[in-house]
Design a binder for this molecule. Structure first.
Ligand SMILES: [Zn+2]
Length: 151
């Protein structure tokens, strides 16, 4: 049973990042892929693929904590940070499983799930998971601003 509550919060994720997460999910199937999301508050501008070190990667995911620590170190002082984590459900829907909810240790994180359940199209959804409840966030397909022009 899932307790997904509609929420009006949004997260901006570019189509390029969405496409990269789908491609990663396709590469790893039938195992779950996982990785970290980099950006700033309410905004994801990069996904960083990590190893899935779960003992049963067909049904679970666990980001290698050493890769998480190394990425935090790389980003220090850059104004960008790890804002979330993504993983795939090769055969399940794009909703947090009970295990995903139980093991969501970061209330500030954006949790993105890429479902490959429908062969014709991947379903990508974002959630926040706080105190055992998953709230879906609306994904805004924002372009990435790589440079700023003066106006
Ligand atoms: Zn999951």
């Amino acid at each position: 049973m899932s307790a997904v509550v509609e929420d009006t919060r949004t997260v901006a994720i570019s189509q390029a990042v969405v496409n990269a997460m789908i491609a990663h999910a396709q590469r790893e199937a039938p195992k779950e892929c996982c990785g970290l999301l980099v950006g700033s508050a309410g905004r994801v501008d990069e996904n960083v693929a990590t190893r899935n070190i779960a003992g049963t990667p067909e049904t679970r995911y666990e980001v290698d904590p050493r890769e998480h620590i190394a990425l935090n170190r790389t980003l220090r002082g850059s104004g960008r940070e790890v804002v979330g984590v993504y993983h795939s459900h090769p055969r399940g829907p794009a909703r947090p499983s009970p295990t995903d909810v139980a093991e969501a240790f970061y209330p500030d994180f954006i949790y993105v799930i890429v479902s490959m359940e429908q062969a014709s199209h991947a379903d990508v959804r974002a959630f926040e998971i706080v105190a055992g409840h998953a709230n879906e966030l609306t994904i805004v397909r924002a372009p990435i601003l790589r440079s700023f022009r003066s106006s």
